[in-house]
Every structure is written in C-alpha cells, then in structure tokens.
Ligand binder design. Structure first.
Ligand SMILES: CC(C)(COP(=O)(O)OP(=O)(O)OC[C@H]1O[C@@H](n2cnc3c(N)ncnc32)[C@H](O)[C@@H]1OP(=O)(O)O)[C@@H](O)C(=O)NCCC(=O)NCCS
Length: 163
C-alpha cells in the first residue's frame, strides 16, 4: 500500500504537546551542532509562548506533516515588517521561518521539502516576496536542502562569548 502524506495547518495553542515534543527534538539536535543551545525544559514555556503569540499576532502559520496519520514533522513561520532602518531594497512584509523539523525515522522522503513548498505557497499568495531563515553553519543537511530550494546565504552571524 502506498504511504499517504498529509500536510495540515494547526493552531499551536490547541496542539501544544504535539508541537512542543517536536521542538524538544529540534532543540536536542540543535544542541549537537551548537553547544550553547539551551535545554528545551529551560526555555519551553517562554519559547512556546513566543510561538503562540507570533501565530496570533503576526500571521503565523504552523504546518504539520502526517505520514500515514503519524505526525512526522512541522514547519513554523510568521510575518515581520522592517522599520525604516532597513538596508534592503525590499519594502514589504517578510516571512521569517523560525522552526522546522522532521523525525529521524521519516527523513529522506521529501517531507520537509513539501512542508517548505506549502508554507512558501501560502505566503506567496499573501503577497510576501522575501523569506528569511537561520541555519547553524555546521547544519550541512539543512544548508544543502535550503540551497536546493533556492535560498542563498547572504550574511554570516559572528559570535563571541565573553565568559
Ligand atoms: C533538515 C530536515 C528538516 C530535513 O528533513 P527531510 O524531510 O529529511 O528532508 P527532505 O526529505 O525533504 O530532503 C530534501 C533534500 O534535503 C537533502 N537531504 C535531506 N536529508 C539528507 C541527508 N540525510 N543527507 C544529505 N542530504 C540530505 C537532500 O538534498 C534532499 O533531497 P533528496 O532526498 O532528493 O536527495 C531533517 O533532517 C531534520 O529535522 N533535521 C534536524 C532538525 C534540523 O536541522 N532542522 C532545521 C534547523 S535550521
């Protein structure tokens, strides 16, 4: 029997555990790449509050992918508008994609690419023309995927910790 992939839009506040569980796995993975990543238990409440607020106040969209009815991954983004300190030619609203994750057992099936296509399509229909996102510099898999999806690296974030 062929597998069925369904992508559904969900309200984070109504699906708190589902999204928080995937965020936990995302942050555990992020910790393997960047050791200063906080433990999810220490930031869960504030980060989830932020995600819920962005969904409610900033046209946020959370898409969950279900593989044969099993939650397999998600993507979350919201709209930002730059103030007059912007330096780019673009003046409209922008999409910031803040989080994305696929459980390891469901990877390499094109699930994230489909989540990404779906979120881009949604905001393109709202007139959004610029998308921004961060990826850890050593997240090779994500960076390859992004470049396949047409994203280019335009700036590097340098950090120094004075401790
Ligand atoms: C990055 C991630 C979201 C990709 O999810 P996925 O559903 O496996 O991605 P897809 O199947 O749509 O892959 C699309 C393309 O990405 C690349 N890719 C995906 N997995 C890869 C792997 N294991 N090795 C190398 N390239 C890979 C390939 O170019 C792939 O295309 P192909 O399968 O046709 O060769 C998933 O691996 C993940 O959740 N990783 C941990 C969390 C994370 O890094 N999130 C992003 C934070 S910025």
């Amino acid at each position: 029997m062929e597998n069925v992939l369904e992508i559904k839009s969900v309200i984070v506040a109504d699906n708190y555990e589902l999204i928080s569980q995937m965020m936990l796995k995302l942050h555990e993975h992020e910790h393997t790449l960047l050791e200063k990543t906080a433990a999810w238990k220490d930031i869960e409440t504030s980060y989830m509050r932020h995600v819920i607020a962005m969904q409610q106040e900033c046209e946020g969209l959370c898409l969950v992918a279900y593989w044969d009815n099993n939650p397999a991954g998600f993507i979350f983004g919201y709209v930002e508008e730059q103030d007059d300190s912007r330096i780019e030619i673009h003046e409209g609203k922008e999409l910031y994609i803040s989080d994305g994750f696929v459980y390891s057992e469901f990877r390499r099936k094109g699930i994230y690419s489909q989540l990404n296509d779906a979120i881009e399509k949604h905001y393109a229909e709202q007139g959004i023309r610029r998308i921004l996102r961060f990826a850890a510099v050593n997240n090779t898999r994500m960076r390859e995927l992004m470049e396949k999806e047409g994203y280019i690296v335009t700036r590097l974030l340098y950090e120094k910790w004075l401790d």
